[in-house]
Design a protein around this ligand. Structure first.
Ligand code: SAJ
Length: 441
């Protein structure tokens, strides 16, 4: 580390120690707002930057729009002037530490879409100055920071480690989770140089209990890829096991419960109607895309994607078989889908398999309604669907009810004893199964 780097690093660590580090968080969604609030609550001056005027106005009014961030926390931070929000990238010039928390979705061709990251990087470039710490949190393929971000910032003539600090630190925010918070979830940090790692670690170390340093930005990018690819591949595995057990007439959930008694070397995953959410269906595809560009096929990722994306059709086949047993065709049958969110007890439908299940049932001529207390309405081929009331009449008059999301608020006994047939994709009815006609995955 050169003397110049060392003195820049000392300036950062001193500002952290004095709670004088000026923080800018770019992107005020479910990742950025908790991070901005956390730094402000810890006494640092924070400016949140977002394109969305409604988000900026809400924060300036002292209110939160993210369930995990209490409005009282935002109100207090705005009142004591440790938090403000802006749409003007010029606020970046004054920041000592900039954290980028913008979306990294897939394009319509299911390839990485880094447009938000690169747009923010151009703004950072316009205001980059010596001594700043720039950290990216947006999930992306290994190499993004080194190969896409750094060259853009290099147009300033500034060099990471010598003139400023550049790092990657994957977000690990899990909306709705109570057992681990931003503060208590270890934070992986990898810099483009060793000094960059130390500078970013000093900043994050002020607001989290544990910083985990890794040797490079790409190691940090890859850690997040491994975390979520691990989940999507294991979910794909257990979904295939469900299909295998169905053919062998073995109850998959009983098998998982039995395997889970092994006190070591096993971790349960559960079959379901498919892979939803803003992370798992997307993150591994960033890695497989990157590897294709290096002429390598990430086969596990591709196979898991194939199995997980086939699950909605598998659910529909179970519905068809259940109706057939009652001498009914899917065409013309009344099917009630219970749950539209991508997982229980949340209000998010992104990539939800429920949408595919509804679409495929309607394509087969079924008369489909859905009920989800968290999802008032959802777009389906431009014709918005609205959640219907869950009353006994509707349950009784349906030909089949399909449990797609096992919200805790559902009364499973009532559903099983009222609907003529229940297809349960989540093993939600385990305790009341013998009280009705229930079909499992
Ligand atoms: N799912 C299954 N079977 C399982 C687990 C999940 O079918 O055994 C399905 C869910 O129903 C859902 C999808 O997979 O449709 C994703 O579920 P998830 O539990 O992975 O929840 P996510 O998408 O909210 O993932 C987030 C991720 N958090 C971050 O990226 C910071 C993930 O890394 C977390 O591990 C996960 O939350 C979590 O553990 O809750």
């Amino acid at each position: 580390m050169t003397d110049a780097s060392r003195s820049m690093l000392e300036a950062i660590t001193t500002k952290v120690a004095r709670r004088e580090l000026r923080v800018a968080v770019v992107g005020l969604g479910y990742v950025g707002l908790p991070l901005a609030a956390r730094f402000a609550t810890c006494g640092f001056p924070v400016v949140g930057l977002d394109l969305d005027a409604r988000k900026v106005a809400a924060i300036e009014a002292g209110t939160s729009y993210i369930p995990d961030v209490p409005t009282a926390e935002i109100a207090a931070a705005v009142a004591n002037k440790t938090l403000r929000a802006s749409r003007d990238p010029a606020v970046l010039a004054d920041a000592d530490f900039v954290s980028v928390c913008v979306p990294t979705p897939l394009s319509k061709f299911r390839e990485p879409d880094l447009s938000a990251v690169m747009s923010v990087t151009e703004s950072i470039q316009r205001h980059l100055r010596r001594g700043q710490v720039i950290s990216y949190e947006s999930t992306t393929y290994p190499g993004t920071t080194d190969e896409a971000v750094e060259p853009q910032l290099a147009r300033t003539g500034l060099k990471p480690g010598r003139d400023y600090f550049l790092a990657f630190s994957p977000e690990r925010i899990d909306p709705g989770r109570k057992d681990f918070t931003l503060k208590t979830t270890p934070k992986v940090v990898g810099g483009v140089t060793a000094a960059c790692t130390e500078a970013a670690a000093a900043c994050y170390g002020a607001v989290v209990d544990r910083v985990v340093r890794v040797s490079s930005a790409r190691a940090a990018e890859m850690a997040k890829m491994l975390e979520n690819t691990f989940r999507s591949v294991n979910i794909g595995l257990v979904n295939e096991m469900a299909i295998i057990c169905d053919r062998l007439k073995i109850p998959i959930f009983e098998v998982i419960q039995a395997a889970s008694t092994k006190p070591f070397g096993f971790m349960p995953f559960f079959p379901g109607p498919g892979l939803g959410g803003h992370c798992l269906p997307i993150d591994p595809l960033y890695l497989s895309w990157k590897m294709r560009s290096l002429d390598y096929r990430a086969r596990f990722i591709e196979i898991a994607e194939e199995v997980n994306r086939s699950m909605p059709a598998y659910v529909v086949s179970k519905v068809a078989a259940a109706l057939n047993r009652k001498k009914k065709a899917v065409n013309g049958s009344r099917v009630l889908v219970l749950g539209a969110a991508y997982k229980k007890d949340i209000d998010d439908v992104r990539e939800s398999p429920a949408i595919d299940v509804i679409k495929q049932l309607r394509d087969l001529g079924a008369d489909v309604d859905y009920h989800d207390p968290y999802i008032e309405s959802l777009e389906h081929e431009g014709l918005p669907l609205r959640s219907v009331a869950l009353d006994d009449a509707r349950l009784r008059s349906s030909d089949c009810a399909v449990i797609v999301t096992d919200h805790s608020c559902f009364d499973w006994a009532r559903i099983v004893t009222t609907a003529p047939i229940v297809v349960d994709t989540r093993n939600a009815t385990a305790a009341v199964r013998d009280r009705g006609d229930v079909v499992l995955l």
